[in-house]
Every structure is written in C-alpha cells, then in structure tokens.
Design a protein around this ligand. Structure first.
Ligand SMILES: [Fe+2]
Length: 242
C-alpha cells in the first residue's frame, strides 16, 4: 500500500557534504558536529523506514516556470558543485530512478493545471543539494530509487503545498512507500564565516518549526509558514517545505 513512509528536512551546506572530509572532521567546523551527527542519524531513520523510493526536493535544483520531475531510470554522473568546486569535486554517483513514479507525478501535476516537465535523460545534471545528502548520509549504499523534483521559482507556497499533495497521491496510487526529503536550510540569512551562527532569535524560530514538524502539528505549521519564511529568510522562500 502506498504512502509517505518518512518526511524529513536535510542539510546540504558544503562543509557537511563530503563524508571523507566533513564527516571525518577534516573540514567541518567543530560547531557543525551536532548537525553532522544528526545527518548520520537521519540516514538510520531512513533505512529503518525501508522506503521504495526517495522523492527529493533540493533548493539547488531550480527551475523558473515548469516544475521538473526527473524520471531518469538510472542517475549516474560525476559531480563537481558549481558553487563549491573546492569542497565538492569529482563525486561519482550511481543510483536508480523511478520513471513510473515520476511519470505519475507529472500526470497529477498536469491534471491540476500546473506547468511541469518530465526529464528522462542521463545527461540531466543533478545538483549538490540532491546528490550529497543522498550519497553521504541518507543512502550510502545508493540502492534506493530516487526521484529529484525541482524548486520552481514561479510557484508560491500554495502551489508548492499542492505539489506535496501530488507526491503523496502519486505514491499512494502506485503503491509506493515513498520518503520525501526537503534539502535546504530553514533560517538562511547569509553571513561570511562558518563560526557565525544564525541569531538566537532565528535559532529559536528554527527550533520551533522543527518541534511543530516532529509533533505532527501540520495545520498550525502551514498557517505559520508565510510569517516564518519571511522572518528567517528561509532558503528558496520555503518552497521545498511542501
Ligand atoms: Fe543551499
């Protein structure tokens, strides 16, 4: 029976992102360690949920008008991150896709009147916000099929919410147990220097958001989302938090 077996937020800050570097503590600032440990724990949760497929929405897989759903049957490539070629370079990835689910998701989107495009192309480039959480912490075996979905700049939060519903419906209709992963930051006021954390006020808002999510207070969270997104300048305007 299809369902969303797991929903999670994950981080992709480049210094977290290479297992041999950040995960071995060579590049990560000591203050990042709890986050790194949390990502490792997140991988354990995902493994325990035994999903058939991971649908991942990265803040760095960006489209302007149509939502792109990547149904490439096998995602293979070598990633050097455009904005961090010093930290993330030459990372080989090779994990299965799920063309059937991606196609079903496109059908749901079209039926609801959304602009959307199906990619099924070995050359479709994946970004570090998609690849690195998967290969570093979420599925290091690279065996679970993955469907990347773009963040769409033309979509407002209401449209993003409806895409979230499409993902759940497409998985249910196909009998897939899907994990949904939003890859990005909550508070996202950029400062220079890894030792500079978000302000105490923004950290408190982040923690409140995480607690509401963990407690399943989805209606309250949805009502608060526009105010939260504006207050913390959430990455990509909060679009991945479908
Ligand atoms: Fe980012």
């Amino acid at each position: 029976m299809g369902e969303l077996s797991l929903v999670c937020l994950t981080a992709h800050t480049p210094r977290y992102c290479t297992y041999e570097a950040a995960f071995a503590g060579k590049l990560a600032h000591p203050d990042f360690r709890p986050v790194r440990d949390g990502l490792v724990e997140q991988g354990r949760y995902l493994a325990a949920a035994t999903p058939d497929v991971i649908v991942i929405n990265s803040c760095h897989l960006v489209s302007t008008f149509p939502t792109v759903v990547d149904g490439t049957p096998r995602h293979q490539g070598v990633l050097t991150a455009q904005e961090a070629p010093d930290l993330i370079r030459g990372v080989a990835y090779d994990f299965p896709g799920d063309y059937e689910l991606a196609s079903a998701l496109i059908e749901c989107g079209k039926a609801a009147g959304h602009q959307c495009v199906l990619a099924a192309d070995i050359h479709y480039p994946l970004d570090y916000g998609t690849v690195m959480p998967l290969v570093c912490s979420l599925d290091r075996t690279q065996t679970i099929p993955v469907v990347p979905v773009s963040v769409t700049l033309a979509n407002d939060l209401e449209e993003c919410y409806r895409w979230g519903q499409h993902i759940a419906r497409a998985a249910r209709d196909l009998g897939r147990r899907a994990a949904f992963v939003a890859s990005g930051s909550l508070s996202h006021k950029l400062v220079q220097g890894p030792e500079k954390w978000p302000s105490p006020e923004d950290q408190e808002l982040d923690h409140r958001f995480a607690r509401m999510l963990a407690d399943g207070e989805y209606e309250k969270l949805w009502a608060w989302l526009p105010e939260f997104v504006e207050a913390v300048e959430a990455e990509m305007g909060g679009r991945p938090w479908r």
